[in-house]
Design a protein around this ligand. Structure first.
Ligand code: MN
Length: 259
């Protein structure tokens, strides 16, 4: 075993490195993104018991479940979007697994979102962050801290007469992050990696369009981003190996230094 791997295990055991769970609980109550009625909507997460140490299976408990690929804390693969449909290794089963691990850059826009739930990250937000923390390195996850994961019930989707109102990215920012920073992808606390109003943008859902068109990924429905430093955490997000899958629910964890 390499010294580095031994040290990793030792420091996790000792607590000088800590694992932060960035995942929301997955249940029938997990909120899902409502699309306009002319489009097919995703089913909610459904779970049913097969046996519970009873006549159906005397010594074992187990369930079956049904879910959309994009339900709860989940991974978006490039094939999810039309712009990424012809890229190599674009589905969850074909993404090289080394890409499931990457350093995190955490941008905090809580103050801006407090005054405007539709706030979009603009390139100056990114350059301000970089002035403080250094240039975003290729292969990083860009995690957007909005505080949104603390919202419960209807406030999470924040649906109004004209659709959901949740924060996201201006297309110029997605373009910059995908093409000039070559990040792994973006991760958000909201139900999807685009703003709630993004169906009305040009192009519609620009973050999906630009990220996935560049072979980048997405993580949606993250939690506990407040436990991550702006830099220095390592994120592990390995989706299920669904053949030709466009995404999957995922247990996202981060390793952070306790000191
Ligand atoms: Mn998704």
């Amino acid at each position: 075993m390499s010294k580095l791997l031994m040290q990793l295990v030792e420091e996790l055991n000792r607590g000088s490195l800590r694992v932060v769970d960035l995942t929301q609980p997955l249940s029938p109550d997990t909120p899902i993104l409502p699309l306009p009625a002319q489009f097919n909507n995703t089913p909610k997460f459904r779970i049913w018991e097969l046996s519970h140490y009873d006549a159906r299976g005397p010594a074992w408990y187990w369930n079956a479940f049904e879910t959309g690929e994009h339900t709860g804390t989940h991974f978006d693969a490039p094939i999810h979007w039309i712009s990424g449909k012809d890229l190599p290794n674009n589905s969850v089963d074909r993404i090289p697994p080394s890409q499931f691990i990457g350093p995190a850059c955490v941008i905090d826009i809580i103050a801006k979102v407090a005054g405007n739930p539709d706030y979009l990250v603009v390139p100056s937000d990114i350059s301000q962050w970089e002035a403080q923390h250094g240039r975003i390195k290729p292969g990083s996850w860009l995690l957007l801290r909005t505080g949104w994961s603390r919202r419960g019930g209807a406030d999470y989707i924040n649906l109004k007469d004209d659709g959901p109102h949740t924060p996201g990215f201006a297309k110029e920012s997605s373009e910059l992050l995908a093409k000039e920073r070559n990040i792994l992808g973006v991760g958000v606390e909201t139900v999807g990696t685009d703003a709630g109003q993004a169906a009305t943008f040009n192009p519609p859902f620009p973050n999906h369009y630009l990220m996935h068109g560049s072979g980048k990924f997405g993580l949606a429905g993250l939690a506990n981003l407040d436990q991550l430093p702006p830099t220095g955490a390592v994120v592990i997000a390995a989706p299920l190996k669904i053949v030709n899958g466009s995404g999957s629910p995922v247990r996202v964890i981060a390793i952070v230094s306790s000191s």
